[in-house]
Design a protein around this ligand. Structure first.
Ligand SMILES: Nc1ncnc2c1ncn2[C@@H]1O[C@H](COP(=O)(O)OP(=O)(O)OP(=O)(O)O)[C@@H](O)[C@H]1O
Length: 312
């Protein structure tokens, strides 16, 4: 049994708009990063997986349960943080936690209180008086408090300060260490890179790439910068693994693909003031794919009708 398994699961608002047939498997115990530009279909995918939207076609299972026919069972096992939090202004986070415990019999607030403490959240403040970041902490606490087997989190660190962001990522790592699964939708590539085992890129409703974070990074060139102390005798630009070389006076920069041995051998006889070889980030990996959308190919403006099957 997988945490998430879909077979051509789709949700179309209009022809070609929404979620195109999605085949995705997320095994238990993985942190899976779900990345895509605005309007790509991340929220639609999540809401269909949670049975808030009825799929147009295909099927999906979450922890063995059909995402539509058994959505009540799905909800019992999923901790969900929506990208659009709506919290009752007059209540406190503690009241919401207590209400959540009453709804899910057999649970308690123990872990939620710990999560809130680690995030630096005051559980007794009226939610209407909280800042955006603190409201986000409430959402996260509610999503995490039941230690669910699957966490589906839409932009979980949105609005959090760097300290709280790091705490949130630690909490996700801890969930994974307990063999729980995290489906992490985010624009913040650096945070996905920091915690995810694999990432999937969705664009214009279509999952166009799924890869291990480390494999993806290893397949990319590394950024080389060298400042020579004296004019170099070696022509680094001529090396087989080098591209995008720029040499100016004593400075050299380029993209290096391959193991560093050849590079270091070529530099062995040179006098060098500084040297850095920096691995590419997920940002570098996906920037090219994002740019396609930036030139206006996204169909996001095309959707006209609200969805009649919307239930949540
Ligand atoms: N209720 C709706 N009715 C019609 N079209 C919709 C509806 N909801 C979303 N869409 C369209 O479906 C596509 C996917 O939207 P979705 O909200 O899933 O993207 P997203 O990746 O979550 O975007 P963002 O990162 O901006 O939140 C977009 O083209 C959007 O305009």
């Amino acid at each position: 049994m997988h945490a998430i398994e879909t077979d051509r699961l789709s949700k179309l608002y209009a022809p070609g708009v929404g979620l195109l047939p999605l085949n995705l498997t997320v095994p238990v115990g993985e942190i899976f990063g779900f990345i895509g530009p605005n309007g790509a279909g991340k929220t639609t995918a999540i809401r269909t997986l949670l049975g808030f939207l009825r799929a147009s076609g295909g099927s999906g299972r979450i922890l063995g349960h059909d995402v539509w026919a058994q959505r009540v069972a799905v909800h019992r096992q999923v901790g969900y943080l929506s990208g659009e939090l709506h919290l009752p202004r007059g209540h406190s986070a503690r009241e919401l936690m207590n209400r959540s415990v009453r709804l899910r019999r057999g649970t308690d607030t123990h872990y939620g209180v710990e999560v809130a403490r680690r995030l630096g959240l005051n559980l007794d403040a009226r939610l209407g008086t909280l800042s955006k970041g603190n409201r986000q902490k409430v959402g996260l606490t509610l999503a995490l408090m039941h230690r669910c087997n699957l966490l589906i989190l839409d932009e979980p660190t949105d609005g959090l300060d760097p300290l709280a962001q790091e705490t949130a990522l630690d909490l996700l790592r801890e969930a994974r260490a307990e063999n729980r699964t995290v489906f992490l939708s985010s624009h913040v590539l650096s945070e996905v890179e920091a915690v995810a085992g694999r990432v999937g890129l969705i664009r214009r409703g279509e999952l166009i790439r799924v890869e291990g974070v480390q494999d993806l990074k290893a397949s990319l060139p590394q950024q080389l910068r060298v400042r020579f102390a004296t004019p170099p005798r070696t022509n680094l630009a001529a090396l087989g693994g080098m591209s995008a070389a720029v040499a100016r006076d004593l400075d050299f920069s380029g993209a290096w693909r391959g193991p560093p041995d050849d590079l270091l051998r070529a530099l062995a006889g040179e006098s060098i003031s500084s040297f850095s070889l920096t691995p590419s980030s997920l940002e570098d990996a996906f920037l090219g794919e994002y740019r396609v959308d930036e030139v206006g190919l996204s169909p996001s403006g095309a959707a006209q009708s609200r969805d009649p099957d919307h239930v949540g």
